[in-house]
Design a protein around this ligand. Structure first.
Ligand code: BG6
Length: 474
């Protein structure tokens, strides 16, 4: 595919770029799935020459894969990598970046490349970055640019913008960002990232629901008792005290990752696999979430924090930030009215596990011996990570003369079933889809707004609740 593409990372020396983006790009390059020619451009505050930047990328990749593993492919990946030192708030830095990009386009192909701008910088710089990108003309497709120098022929040269979460820290801030984006960019240029949507096993929730007739007819309040959606991590805040404190678990993973999983579990059949249909169906669920009120906050919400949290670097001694929560959500529509969908997350949890579990209602009649417990409940679990799997608990008769039933599990494990296929990292998928221009696995304005509305209803009420301390061992 001959599509000159330039991938520009703002904040390229940060943690996200080092741990996720550079390895994901490198993997796509090794799989030959990147368009060609492909150029990486890093933008950050630190002073680097192009050569030092290439060395920085090489070291970041070696940390992930080991020196030997990257040796063969690294030179090719880095041959065209360039660096632009700059300040996010300084318009002149964007002029320099524009000059570098024009020069790169001119030198090689004499064609205008497609440009992807990835915001891996702190969210406090989002507004200045949006504004400066727009002011410098970097977001205008080449075909609309008149009189560009360097003898570049006009191609489509679309620019796209990849914006990491958090998308604002509350509804007001998020709406403000949206208004600004809407003024400066076209919707098809904006890719709001929630990397959970791009996880293979999260995508499989839809595939499973709408490609198997077995469960979809039961997928409603008539047959489902409750749904639990949980994201537990063994790790704490890992040195992110300064940015995590004042944000907390609900904003960090609830407003986005958990609500996106909820939307996939609860949405109606989108009928078409196209992005607008799927995004609208997800948004419809989020819009139907019943807000938490002053009257029901005590019954629907809990919050906690791990015991050592206030001793973490960057955390205020007077902090009231939560590192865990449990919220009972209700989707007020025909399909789900009255069914609790329980969202739960904790850092420093004894076990790392992300799961979606659907508990079906007990059988109405029990064909069991007199006096036996009425316990026939089927449970379907999507194990999102680790040990990705899907399993169903069903009841079977124990061999013997007595009629005794026992719960058994039917299960499918990714590792066993797809031995040869590696599950792609969510960031590979994010980058791949953005390059192709497919917005399906990215959040729309409507989704972000509806998710914030629900989250705000919790945040506005939960100061009345105690912040319960927990220990990992409990
Ligand atoms: C991020 C949060 O969005 O998701 C982190 O900011 C969290 O706090 C992470 O640890 C979890 O993602 P994953 O892919 O490791 O489950």
């Amino acid at each position: 595919m001959h599509t000159p593409t330039t991938f520009i990372i703002f904040g390229v020396t940060g943690d996200l770029a080092r741990r996720k983006l550079l390895p994901a790009l490198f993997d796509l390059s090794r799989k030959n799935t990147l368009p060609r020619p492909f150029r990486l451009v890093g933008f950050a505050r630190a002073d680097h020459t192009h050569g030092q930047f290439q060395e920085f990328v090489r070291e970041s990749l070696a940390e992930q894969y080991g020196k030997e593993d990257i040796a063969a492919d690294c030179d090719e990946f880095l041959a065209d990598a360039r660096y632009q030192q700059g300040e996010f708030e300084d318009p002149a830095s964007y002029e320099h970046l524009a000059e570098l990009l024009i020069e790169l386009d001119g030198h090689d192909s004499k064609e205008c490349s497609n440009k992807l701008f990835y915001l891996a910088a702190s969210p406090r710089f989002y507004k200045p970055i949006f504004q400066n990108l727009a002011d410098s003309g970097l977001t205008i497709p080449c075909m609309e640019v008149k009189g560009q120098s360097a003898g570049i022929s006009s191609g489509a040269g679309w620019p796209r913008l990849l914006v990491e979460k958090p998308f604002g820290k509350d509804l007001i801030a998020s709406d403000e960002l949206e208004r600004m984006l809407a003024l400066l960019f076209k919707d098809e240029q904006i890719f709001r990232i929630d990397h959970y949507l791009a996880k293979e096993t999260v995508q499989n929730i839809l595939a499973f629901r709408f490609s198997n007739i077995l469960f979809e007819p039961l997928w409603s309040r008539e047959f489902v008792e409750r749904v639990e959606i949980s994201l537990f991590e063994k790790i704490g805040i890992e040195g992110r005290g300064a940015s995590y404190d004042g944000v907390g678990a609900l904003r960090d993973v609830g407003q986005n990752h958990l609500l996106q999983m909820l939307s996939l579990v609860a949405m109606d059949d989108p009928k078409e696999m196209e992005a607008p249909f799927i995004r609208n169906a997800r948004a419809a669920v989020l819009r139907a979430l019943r807000p938490v009120s002053a009257e029901d906050v005590k019954d629907r919400v809990e919050r906690g924090r791990y015991a050592e949290y206030v001793k973490e670097e960057g955390v205020s001694a007077a902090s009231t930030t939560e590192t865990s929560f449990r919220v009972i959500a209700y989707v007020d529509n025909e399909r789900w009215r009255g069914v609790p969908l329980i969202l739960e997350s904790a850092k420093k949890h004894p076990e790392k596990k992300t799961e979606v579990t659907v508990y079906f209602k007990h059988t109405e009649r029990c064909l069991c011996p007199p006096g036996a417990e009425h316990h026939h409940q089927n449970i379907l679990t999507f194990r999102i990570q680790p040990d990705e799997a899907i399993s169903v608990v069903f009841w079977a008769k124990k061999p013997g003369f007595a009629t005794e039933l026992e719960p058994k599990r039917l299960s499918f494990s990714y590792k066993e079933s797809f031995e040869k296929e590696r599950i792609p990292d969510a960031y590979e998928r994010v980058l791949h889809d953005c390059i192709r221009g497919d917005q399906t696995l990215f959040a729309s304005t409507d989704e972000v707004q509806a998710a914030w509305k629900f989250t705000m209803s919790v945040l506005e009420q939960w100061h009345t609740l105690p912040l319960v301390e927990y220990n990992r061992d409990i």
